[in-house]
Design a binder for this molecule. Structure first.
Ligand code: 5AD
Ligand code: SF4
Length: 439
């Protein structure tokens, strides 16, 4: 490789998005230049997701498109969860790939790049045996106002459907001192919103003698001068302790939103998923939030059609939606994944039945959101301005409770409001967003 140009495309969750920010920063620091299309790049990287089969297929279709380019000196790398899951099998399936590395190996990225530059066409980073997290001073952040900070990597749970423990390895927490230093550094560079990331942030455990738990870390990050909003994702209900709600109640800098993936409303299905909580135990956490002083927006993830899910189990999930009144949810058809425990379970629910359940669920949730969003009309909410919709003449804002609130601002006269915090009166609502006017 001569001019050292690279292109990267990212799939999957926020952890992956942030990993890519760190990978990009590392490449830039090594003298590479980022280009906007794979055609222009000498090194083409895909940071992949394998959470469901569909996500996994995407990278192989991308690689297929470029099969012929490999002979012309283009180098291809597969990073992330598909890389970790499929390992060297990727070389068989897509022989023009030269680099296969999972996230637990990114601390060796510089070394792997040197191997590629030296012409090695079978470079791998596949060990999960690490105590380290991937920290780098070179992170190239995509957003100038909101920054991700990884606090914990990997996952020690063993949910029966989930590949993540196999693709991201065991849990490793960063020291509280390094997280706090990063948060203060970000505030100093003008960032006002911080999002703490981990597969299971609630099981954060400071490895240094300070020994902070997640609630303590959250409270301290929210105290950093200049930081106006702190979010975190994702939570495992079992480890979501009352102390987290107490920390949120104590400081409104911590946003009015909790994403608490439930997966199913049936305790029987939850047990077979190995989720480590019952519906009642989940509802206890919801009660903490519903009886708190501030109103919190609650969102979730749901899987329909898990092996053995009966019509009555599914009815309990629908009933849970009525009971909790989520403000938004992500819902998925169960997708069998390699290595997972559920693979050995009978999966007799045909795809069209999974699809039917998904549609019923989504329709129910849509009605809930229409009603809940309509209740916001007339309210005044603070937004962080994230963008501009030129066609509609609206600014795009996000509320603390994680709603999109698009608004007009008569006095803005064309100058950018992006990055500002403004008060907006809600005038209209839809199933997925609100509309309003700046006041
Ligand atoms: N099939 C379908 N959905 C899944 N999820 C995780 N694994 C699977 C799977 N095998 C969903 C869960 C999780 C979200 C990130 O993806 O709902 O919370
Ligand atoms: Fe996809 Fe899960 Fe990997 Fe994130 S951790 S990229 S959701 S498989």
């Amino acid at each position: 490789m001569s001019g050292k140009t690279f292109y990267i495309e990212t799939f999957g969750c926020q952890m992956n998005a942030h990993d890519s920010e760190k990978v990009v920063g590392t490449l830039l620091a090594e003298g590479y230049e980022q280009v906007p299309t794979p055609e222009q790049a000498e090194l083409v990287l895909y940071n992949t997701c394998s959470i469901r089969d569909k996500a996994e297929q995407k990278v192989f279709s991308r690689l297929q498109n470029f099969k012929r380019e490999a002979g012309k000196g283009k180098v291809f790398g597969v990073l992330g969860c598909v890389a970790q899951q499929e390992g060297e099998k990727i070389f068989d399936r897509a022989p023009h790939v030269s680099l296969v590395a999972g996230s637990a190996s990114y601390t060796r990225l510089g070394e792997m790049l040197v191997q590629l530059e030296n012409g090695n066409r079978r470079v791998t980073g596949l060990s999960l045996d690490t105590e380290e997290t991937f920290d780098t001073p070179f992170t190239r952040r995509d957003n100038p106002h909101r920054a991700y900070i990884t606090i914990i990597e990997g996952c020690d749970k063993s949910c029966a459907y989930c590949v993540v423990p196999f693709t991201r390895g065991p849990e490793r927490s960063r020291t509280s001192a390094s997280v706090m230093a990063e948060a203060r550094g970000l505030a100093g560079r003008g960032y006002t919103e911080i999002q703490l990331l981990g597969q299971n942030v609630n099981s954060y455990r400071d490895p240094s003698p300070a020994g902070w738990d997640f609630a303590t870390l959250l409270a301290n990050v929210a105290e950093v001068p200049g930081i106006r909003r702190v979010r975190y994702t994702t939570s495992h209900p079992r480890d979501f302790g009352k102390s987290i709600v107490d920390a949120m109640e104590a400081n409104p800098v911590i946003c009015d939103h909790v994403h608490l993936p439930v997966q199913s409303g049936s305790s029987r299905v939850l047990a077979s998923m190995d989720r480590l909580y019952t519906r009642d135990e989940y509802m206890r956490r919801i009660e903490w939030l519903k009886t708190a002083r501030r109103p919190y927006s609650i969102t979730t993830d749901i899987i329909v059609g898990f092996p053995g899910e009966t019509e009555s189990d599914f009815a309990q999930t629908l009933d849970l939606l009525d009971e909790v009144q989520y403000d938004s949810l992500f819902s998925f058809k169960y997708s069998p994944r390699p290595n997972t425990a559920a693979l050995a379970m009978q999966d007799p629910i045909p795809d069209d039945e999974k699809q039917r359940r998904l549609s019923v669920l989504q329709e129910k949730q849509r009605a809930i959101q229409i009603r809940r969003n309509a209740e916001m009309i007339g309210a005044i909410k603070e937004v962080l301005v994230e963008g501009r919709n030129q066609a509609l003449g609206q600014w795009i804002g996000r509320t603390s409770d994680n709603r999109t609130l698009n608004f007009t601002h008569p006095a803005s006269n064309g100058h950018s409001l992006i990055g500002q915090y403004l008060s907006v009166r809600v005038t209209r609502s839809g199933p997925n967003s609100l509309v309003g006017e700046a006041i």
